[in-house]
Design a protein around this ligand. Structure first.
Ligand SMILES: [Fe+2]
Ligand SMILES: [Fe+2]
Length: 176
């Protein structure tokens, strides 16, 4: 019998234009944030500790990232571009959820919603919007200012002590 295997995974992603690479690197840290929130919820970490970190990370990394996208990337598209409109809406929704956390840090519902929307937003930008940017706009010219993007050296976790996502409660207890 001859077995035919089909490729079910999507075609290999488009190689990122150098000027967009720092944005994609930021996205890596953003996806990690969603993972950390889910780890915290799964391990029954106090909502206040997770919320404090989310607010810190938002102010330190996500809000500047959104601003750079809105100032440098989205204007490269035609006015009213549907994908940019969606991305802008999601930026506003994510900021709204962070403001909700500022008012009440105790519940997991907002944290879960934030983690889900952030991941969805990043996947949308990486899989659709950035690919459109590279195919519709032949050579996106973006002012080189990498200082505001995240790098290994600029990892916000270096200035945050409470790494609540690092181990399960059992492991934490065993390590004491
Ligand atoms: Fe975005
Ligand atoms: Fe983004």
């Amino acid at each position: 019998m001859i077995m035919v295997y089909r490729r079910t995974e999507p075609a290999s992603p488009i190689r990122r234009h150098p000027s967009i690479v720092p944005f994609s690197r930021d996205h890596h840290f953003g996806l990690l944030l969603s993972w950390k929130i889910r780890q915290g919820i799964k391990n029954h970490i106090d909502g206040e500790r997770i919320s404090d970190y989310v607010i810190y990370f938002f102010e330190k990394a996500l809000a500047p990232h959104f601003r750079l996208e809105e100032e440098q990337l989205f204007p490269l598209f035609a006015e009213g571009h549907a994908g940019c409109q969606q991305a802008l809406r999601e930026h506003t929704q994510l900021e709204f959820l962070v403001n909700e956390l500022r008012r009440d840090k105790t519940g997991n519902v907002i944290l879960q919603a934030f983690a889900d929307l952030l991941e969805k937003h990043i996947r949308f930008e990486e899989r659709i919007l950035f690919n459109q940017l590279q195919t519709e706009i032949y050579d996106p010219h973006i002012t080189e200012d990498r200082s505001q993007h995240l790098t290994k050296e600029e990892d916000p976790d270096l200035n945050w002590e409470d790494h609540f996502w690092t181990a399960s409660p059992e492991k934490r207890r065993r390590n004491k």
